[in-house]
Design a protein around this ligand. Structure first.
Ligand SMILES: *[C@@H]1O[C@H](CO)[C@@H](O)[C@H](O)[C@H]1NC(C)=O
Length: 157
């Protein structure tokens, strides 16, 4: 490799790495669904909720004091994004399920209302994009089709 090429290579490597390491910019992405079977997880007929609210919160692990908080809404595919400018190092960061605009699907599934998020590069993670687990609301009454799906998703006894 020539000197010029080596320089160019180094320069482009720095352009890719520096923003993530120095500016500490992170993107958190997740989805919010309506558990229309009340199974407790996503299925092939799960629908995703537009306009659901979600909060991203980072707390001090020692005294649980809130150090960072942001709120957003899901788009038409039930997807939300948080862009976070700073590194949250040893804080504990979570996405928290907010409110659902769907009248018959607005009760948070207690087992699926929090998703942990990584907002630090100090642990050696350079990837600034993180997908977090989906969170969901329970429909008031399971759809009829769910009976057929039951055997597929739950091991038969
Ligand atoms: C977290 O809380 C502890 C105990 O109050 C404190 O000593 C520490 O400095 C805090 N950490 C940050 C990053 O604020």
């Amino acid at each position: 490799m020539s000197m010029a090429m080596a320089r160019l290579f180094l320069l482009s490597a720095l352009c890719v790495l520096l923003p993530a390491l120095v500016l500490g910019q992170f993107q958190i992405q997740g989805r919010i669904y309506c558990d229309n079977c009340r199974f407790g997880f996503e299925t092939e007929i799960t629908t995703y909720i537009q306009g659901a609210t979600v909060r991203l919160e980072c707390v001090n692990r020692t005294n649980l004091q809130v150090m960072y908080s942001a709120e957003t809404q899901t788009d038409s595919t039930g997807t939300y994004n948080f862009d976070v400018k700073e590194d949250h190092q040893d804080q504990m960061c979570n996405c928290l399920l907010g409110k659902s605009p769907v009248a018959n699907c607005n009760k948070a599934d207690r087992g699926r209302k929090i998703a942990s998020a990584v907002l630090t590069a100090y642990n050696g993670v350079v990837n600034r994009f993180h997908k977090v687990n989906s969170m969901g609301f329970l429909i008031n009454e399971a759809l009829p089709h769910c009976k057929q799906l039951h055997n597929k998703y739950f091991a038969s006894e």
